[in-house]
Design a binder for this molecule. Structure first.
Ligand code: HEC
Length: 142
């Protein structure tokens, strides 16, 4: 097991398994104004949809489509779309960091898939999902 996998497994174990077992929720509550919360949850559902569309494009060998979805909806180009400058100030530093690591990983994915480097592509894809998991294990909205 590589270091990154060990860290992620630890986050998952303590972040989710431990709390299921006790019926408690140890995630940190982050308070957002109602409209920003609605907007963020809407973005979240689009994140999942974008991931699905990326996998679907990969399955059809359509690298351009996969890159375009990743960059525009998850990557650095998506920051404006997500209103990052409005929600960012409400987020604890670790939450912003997880968000930025998602956006960086998605932009790396977009480049790698266009270079047809499958190892880099899947590495970046798993860094995307690792960012989702890391943030979800630590934070919830109020
Ligand atoms: C920077 C932190 C962060 C990142 C990164 C992140 N999320 Fe979330 N996500 C959240 C928070 C916080 C919630 C609300 C959880 C709660 O209140 O219980 C959420 C909720 C969701 C929901 C539920 C939406 C709803 O309508 O209730 C989905 C689906 C989701 N995220 C998908 C994803 C996917 C897929 C990724 C990665 C591509 C991702 N998220 C990355 C923080 C994040």
């Amino acid at each position: 097991m590589k270091m990154s996998q060990i860290v992620l497994t630890g986050v998952l174990f303590f972040g989710t398994t431990g709390t299921w077992a006790t019926g408690m929720d140890a995630r940190q509550e982050v308070s957002l104004p109602a409209t920003l919360k609605t907007h963020m949850l809407h973005n979240m559902r689009d994140h999942l949809l974008a991931l699905h569309e990326i996998l679907d494009a990969l399955g059809r060998d359509d690298s351009d489509k996969a890159a375009q979805i990743a960059e525009s909806r998850l990557g650095m180009s998506s920051l404006a779309l997500h209103g990052a400058n409005r929600a960012g100030p409400y987020m604890p530093p670790a939450m912003r960091k997880a968000g930025m690591s998602l956006h960086h990983a998605a932009s790396r994915f977009a480049l790698a898939v266009q270079e047809e480097d499958s190892q880099k592509t899947y590495k970046a894809l798993s860094q995307i999902t690792a960012s989702c998991i890391t943030c979800h294990a630590q934070f919830r909205l109020r």
